[in-house]
Design a protein around this ligand. Structure first.
Ligand SMILES: [Zn+2]
Length: 578
């Protein structure tokens, strides 16, 4: 095998201890990128040069750095202080790239870099980025399905390439990630994101030999067109993220039809006019809704079309890629609301930035289709984090230190948490505090005041608007990961006053380690009554409800509180009495 022979040559060259002990692949964080990327779509080619700053985040001095790019790209030059440095290039198997492997340059730096110190490195690399779903097909995903997820490519008709986690079109420094090994891929990718969140990323993208109608974009504010640049000059756009946050640097190029209307940049493909019109038509109501809750959307956001209508949508920062082939006005409205929330409310906290946008989608669904439609939309999120929360609960049961398991929402870079779990948390906060209080808190939110050294900022805003202590809730859901609640009816006691008025005393129990305020519905002949009650972790709560008729059934939780077990939520009163 080609791969093995390269490795064995290397181990002869470098000595066997080289790979075993010396190489700490995640020692260096790339604190700064300044890249010039030239695209040649007809050859599916990319050529890169630029500077990166490596910062030693490990506890030891480092002389060796492992820089990785996609295995379809090749290292051309690496310099420090203007001088060529020695490096060995080797393939490195890792599912963090769509090809399932990386081209790794093992660089010997001119001097040891002490912990916290940095070194600037000039780099050059090039190669092709073609459609490649190897990392999926080798774990058994059929090629056709795999390509709907793994759609990154450079080509003259359609180009779209996402960064780390999809295609390493810029250097990264990671341990090998494996799709088939539980969560390893996501762990490595999330760890990379968290390490890079504070980094600066600057990109100048140019296009040579594209179509005369091409539009090139790398973010909502950065786009260029062949028409604008003139036929011979090629297009050039610049993008920058400082800090990077949760953004995955991404670029796209196609013969887009530009239907932008501030703050929305809308790029659709010919043949998808009706689908694009759904977006245009949905803009005004979506703007109105978002303004009412989150303030006026002013910053630009972009939505760009796919050539393959089956491509899985993708979002990074203020750029959403979603197919406009479907002509689905519900989906267009929800996508717009999501992006407009980003436009109105910037935040460097993922659970605030993305959580609020997903929460807004659910509220918009409620406005159009009622509470159940909103809960159904939220329900699509539950599966995403249910399994990891079950592990957290199991660990809590065994009294494993909570430091080792779980992911506090406040600091997580795991998408399933900062998108899906966060959407629920905002929804529960709304149910607990009411629209007016939550709106007021959101309106008072200032990203610059949401500082790392003040983790309770959001809690204080909501508490003062709602005039209610929410410390216990933030403790269980935001500052710590304590798994999910698990509610059941512990006991019911129906009784009548002397004057014949019906009452029922209900005691609910929460078997989980996270508390919540949960709705419960009492059913009786001819109607139902819904009440809400706060049930703390591992606790019970009792309340008395007046009824017009004898109760027949109690249903706990309408789906608005994510729960680990929903099979024990219905209590038949008749059955108990018999
Ligand atoms: Zn978003």
């Amino acid at each position: 095998m080609k791969f093995l022979s390269v490795l064995s040559v290397l181990s002869v060259l470098c000595g066997s201890s080289f790979f075993a002990a010396a190489l700490e692949r995640e020692a260096f964080t790339i604190a700064k990128y300044d890249l010039q990327i030239r695209l040649e779509p007809r050859q599916q080619r990319l050529g890169a040069r630029g500077k990166i700053t490596l910062r030693n985040d490990s506890a030891h001095p480092q002389k060796i750095a492992a820089l990785q790019i996609s295995s379809s790209l090749n290292w051309r030059s690496i310099r420090v202080d203007g001088k060529v440095v020695q490096f060995v290039s080797q393939p490195y198997i890792s599912d963090i790239d769509h090809t399932g492997a990386l081209s790794e340059a093992i660089v010997t730096l001119p001097a040891e870099i002490k912990p916290k110190d940095s070194v600037e490195v000039e780099i050059g690399y090039e190669g092709v980025i073609a459609l490649d779903a190897t990392r999926l097909t080798r774990v058994g995903v059929p090629e056709e399905i795999a390509q709907h997820t793994s759609w990154d490519q450079i080509s003259s008709s359609f180009t779209a390439v996402r960064g780390a986690g999809y295609v390493a079109w810029y250097p990264i420094t990671t341990e090998s990630a494996d799709f088939s090994e539980g969560n390893s891929l996501f762990e490595v990718a999330d760890r990379w994101k968290a390490r890079e969140a504070g980094s600066d990323f600057k990109l100048a993208l140019s296009l040579q030999g594209g179509s005369v109608d091409a539009i090139l974009l790398c973010g909502a504010e950065a786009r260029g067109s062949s028409a604008g640049a003139g036929r011979d000059r090629g297009i050039r756009v610049e993008c920058g993220w400082s800090p990077l946050g949760t953004v995955t640097p991404t670029f796209a190029m196609a013969e887009y039809v530009d239907q932008s209307k501030a703050p929305l940049e809308l790029f659709s493909l010919p043949g998808h006019e009706k689908g694009a019109a759904k977006y245009s038509n949905a803009l005004e109501p979506a703007m109105k809704f978002v303004s009412g809750w989150f303030g006026q959307p002013v910053a630009p956001v972009a939505i760009a079309d796919f050539s393959d209508p089956h491509s899985a949508p993708f979002e990074s920062g203020t750029l959403l890629m979603a197919s406009m082939a479907a002509e689905d006005s519900k989906l267009a409205g929800i996508n717009l609301v999501h992006e407009l929330v980003h436009s109105a409310l910037p935040s460097s906290r993922p659970w605030v930035y993305e959580g609020l946008a997903h929460f807004a989608e659910a509220m918009y669904r409620q406005e159009q289709g009622g509470r159940q439609a909103a809960l159904d939309l939220l329900g699509l999120h539950r599966a995403a984090f249910l399994d990891s929360e079950k592990e957290v609960a199991a660990a809590a049961q065994k009294n494993v230190g909570e430091k080792n398991v779980g992911q506090p929402l406040a600091g997580t870079f795991d998408e399933t948490y900062y998108r899906s779990k966060a959407a629920y948390v905002w929804w529960m906060l709304r149910d607990m505090t009411g629209d007016d209080a939550l709106k007021q808190a959101i309106r008072e939110y200032r990203p610059e005041d949401d500082k790392d050294n003040d983790p309770k900022y959001v809690e204080r805003l909501i508490e003062s608007a709602a005039k209610r202590d929410l410390g216990w809730f933030f403790d269980d859901w935001v500052y710590r990961d304590r798994g999910l609640p698990d509610f059941r009816v512990q006991s019911v006691h129906p009784w009548k006053t002397d004057k014949g008025v019906q009452f029922i005393t209900v005691t609910l129990e929460n078997l989980g380690h996270a508390g919540a305020e949960v709705p419960f519905t009492i059913l009786f002949e001819g109607g139902e009554i819904t009440k809400r009650i706060e049930v703390r972790a591992k606790g019970t709560a009792t309340t008395r409800v007046e009824l017009p008729e004898a109760a027949s059934e109690i249903v706990v939780n309408d789906g608005s509180v994510p729960e680990s077990d929903m099979t024990n939520n219905v209590f038949l009163i008749g059955a108990q009495q018999k």
